[in-house]
Design a protein around this ligand. Structure first.
Ligand code: PLP
Length: 512
């Protein structure tokens, strides 16, 4: 019986679903050579007619075949048998463990998962952070150094909290956060030049959640959001997840190009601009005073929010410390921060500061998301701040990271010039490296990790648009000086090797 005969004679009484019967008919035909690699399958409409199923079921069957690696779709062209189609028995699961077979239905029920390039890069960074691959130097990791963790202090404070405040530590709490932490965070911001009322502070589980809550509070699908470029994956993906349209705004050594932003806001009504005006990740730069003024003036004139991310603001190695933009325009600026970079990311202690009606919107998003952040960690954070531990810790951290930054800058200048350029950051945790000639960053990443034992964060994941040049973020916070030196050396060898292999030069990544 040919596969077309099987398709036109599906068994509606069978315990096997119609989708599964269609998948099996194609898989068997591919395995038997009845359908050859490269051969085109009927269009979904024709398949629906032939089999007597609806169009969605036909599309689902093709999706399943594609997930099994048997076919691939080309937009506007159709569905084709893959040249590398795996043997059907293996692919359709007849010899797979029972659990996998019984879960196979999920492939039809789940919506298509489209991981953005940024998601993939972040997942890869976290994977390397979790597995510590033998021999690999993870220059991609933007983690703080565990050598600085204030373990003794946190141990003592945790014991105090559990002894003196145990009932609150394990009980549900206020959506906005526990009052003493909100008051301490307001004082923390005030010490840094931004007068803040505790009522305006909402505790979040890390800056990532703070960004997500703020983005959801101000954006709806189809709205326009602007984002400086480059930026970090967290702000970019928080905005993208709302369904808003993202417009990149270029930046240079003085930070965001506010003239370019002005051109943009004249043509489009933007709701929000995402920016890191102090010790930006990945460049380590500040927004210049003149541009700060221009930005605030534009926000007031054109009526948009500024989503200010300040997670690296306390890690300054050079120059005078700057207050947040929120100090200048609290009615326009939603400020996001955390202790992830300064103390430890595992605490997941972050916050948002906002004024006016947007504050209630953020609180609503927080309630809908996770009710409130963990009470135990909040109580620990409040005491850590109140007892002055934070300020002492940060002094030590700045000296520690400055030394590592110097080591990595020197190693990059020695190993990578003239094939790449880097400018010394004013603080933060990273260097932004630009190659003098474009390379395919995916190829470079793969080869750097597998053949040369070094990773970096591909720049394309940190830019809302397709980059014209090849950039890499490399981080100095997590690694020791000798690893930083060796990492830069390996990176230089990897770049030269990929260049020599004459791969097609393509700066922009293919977004999955
Ligand atoms: C600029 C920036 N914003 C936000 C985040 C997310 O921070 P958190 O770990 O506090 O969620 C990061 C983390 O790397 C970051 O670099």
């Amino acid at each position: 019986m040919s596969y077309k005969d099987r398709l036109s004679d599906l068994n509606r009484e069978s315990p096997s679903s119609l989708t599964q019967q269609i998948v099996d008919a194609f898989a068997d035909a591919i395995a038997a050579g009845e359908l050859r690699p490269g051969e085109r399958l009927p269009a979904t409409r024709a398949l629906a007619e032939l089999t007597g199923v609806n169009h969605l079921t036909a599309a689902r069957a093709y999706r399943r075949l594609s997930e099994l690696g048997l076919v691939s779709g080309r937009v506007g062209k159709g569905t084709f048998v893959r040249a590398t189609a795996r043997p059907a028995a293996e692919a359709v699961g007849e010899e797979r463990p029972e659990a996998m077979v019984s879960e196979a239905w999920q492939a039809y029920a789940l919506p298509d998962a489209v991981d953005s390039y940024g998601d993939q890069v972040l997942a890869e960074m976290l994977r390397l952070g979790a597995t510590a691959e033998e021999g690999l130097i993870p220059l991609s990791l933007g983690y703080p150094s565990p050598k600085l963790f204030p373990l003794g202090t946190i141990r003592e404070i945790s014991a105090e909290v559990l002894t003196e405040d145990g009932d609150r530590a394990l009980q549900y709490g206020d959506v906005e956060g526990i009052p003493e932490l909100r008051a301490e965070l307001a004082r923390h911001m005030e010490r840094r030049g931004t007068p803040e009322a505790p009522e305006n502070v909402i505790v979040a589980s890390g800056a990532r959640q703070a960004l997500t809550l703020a983005a959801r509070a101000v954006l709806r699908p189809g709205d326009i959001a602007a984002c400086e470029s480059p930026s970090f994956i967290a702000p970019i993906e928080s905005i993208r997840a709302t369904g808003a349209r993202m417009m990149p705004v270029p930046s240079d050594d003085n930070g965001l190009d506010t003239e370019a932003l002005e051109q943009l806001v004249r043509r489009h009504e933007i709701r929000v601009l995402a920016i890191q005006p102090r010790l930006h990740n990945p460049t380590g730069r500040d927004l210049s005073p003149a541009r700060r003024r221009h930005l605030v003036e534009l926000a007031r004139r054109h009526g948009f929010f500024i989503l200010e991310d300040g997670v690296y603001g306390d890690l300054r190695f050079e120059g005078a410390s700057l207050p947040s933009l929120r100090a200048e325009a609290p009615e326009h600026v939603i400020y996001v921060d955390s202790f992830s970079k300064s103390v430890g990311g595992g605490l997941r202690l972050g916050w948002v500061a906002a004024s006016g009606p947007v504050t209630d919107r953020i609180v609503r998003e927080k309630r809908n998301d996770d009710m409130h952040s963990a009470s135990l960690t909040q109580l620990i954070g409040a005491r850590f701040l109140a007892d002055g531990h934070y300020e002492r810790h940060i002094e030590q951290a700045v000296d520690f990271y400055r030394e590592r930054c110097d080591v990595l800058v020197a190693a990059v200048e020695r190993e990578l010039e003239p094939i790449a350029s880097v400018s010394r950051p004013l603080g933060g945790g990273h260097l932004w490296v630009t190659l003098d000639e474009p390379l395919d960053e995916r190829v470079l990443y793969r080869e750097a990790v597998s053949d040369y034992g070094v990773s970096f964060l591909p720049g394309g994941a940190m830019m809302p648009e397709r980059p014209r040049r090849t950039h890499m973020r490399i981080s100095f916070g997590f690694l020791d000086p000798d690893q930083l030196t060796e990492g830069a050396r390996r990176l230089a060898v990897a770049i030269r090797a990929v260049r020599r292999s004459g791969r097609p030069a393509r700066a922009e990544p293919t977004i999955a």
